[in-house]
Design a protein around this ligand. Structure first.
Ligand code: AMP
Length: 176
């Protein structure tokens, strides 16, 4: 809680050292999700930033992106578009390969629910190196839709992900 009584969201983020492997300081959002006021404040603060911006839909990658993306979409009164790992989506889809530390991964979306000129807000829980969000952004752009902004609950500023997304708008609630 801050001096004016508003919730300090970083109080609800737990640092877990060496997860999922040695040297990674994992930002655990489960305490924030478990607290109704903190979870609500997170979604409210994201919505405050993007209300009135002509967003047509929120898109987010599984799995943790869904946890914030769906309530944010409802708060904004718009739809939600899931970006998924390979083999999960049943219908005609487009995909993008992106580099991981070791090897590559792939994300897919149903192209028919996007389309030219739709204004999409992208969301994820954590911005680390930016690789995941760059892939999501490029995937959405491939469909002809516009990316209004890339938003995050947490930004790990020292990893430089923001520079890979700018000059597009990048917004985060908590920065380390
Ligand atoms: P990146 O592609 O490097 O920006 O990584 C972003 C994705 O990995 C997000 O979907 C996060 O959920 C997850 N992630 C990366 N680093 C962390 C971390 N230190 N703590 C929690 N999640 C992380």
């Amino acid at each position: 809680m801050t001096a004016n009584g508003s919730i300090e969201l970083r109080d609800y983020i737990r640092d877990v050292p060496d997860f999922p492997k040695p040297g990674i300081l994992f930002k655990d959002i489960t305490p924030l999700l478990a607290d109704g006021r903190a979870f609500q404040a997170t979604v409210d603060r994201l919505a405050d930033r993007f209300e009135g911006r002509g967003i047509d839909a929120v898109a987010a990658a599984e799995a943790r992106g869904f946890l914030f993306g769906t309530p944010l979409a409802l708060r904004l009164g718009v739809g939600f578009i899931p970006i998924r790992k390979p083999g999960k989506l049943p219908y005609s889809k487009i995909g993008i390969e992106y580099a991981l530390e070791y090897g590559t991964d792939r994300l897919e979306v149903h192209g028919d629910i996007l389309g030219s000129g739709r204004r999409i807000l992208l969301l994820d829980d954590v911005l680390a190196t930016g690789g995941t969000m760059v892939a999501c952004r490029d995937l959405i752009l491939q469909t002809g839709a516009d990316v209004v902004a890339c938003a995050f609950v947490i930004e790990l500023g020292f990893l430089g992900g923001r520079a890979r997304l700018e000059p597009g708008e990048v917004f985060s609630l908590i920065s380390y």
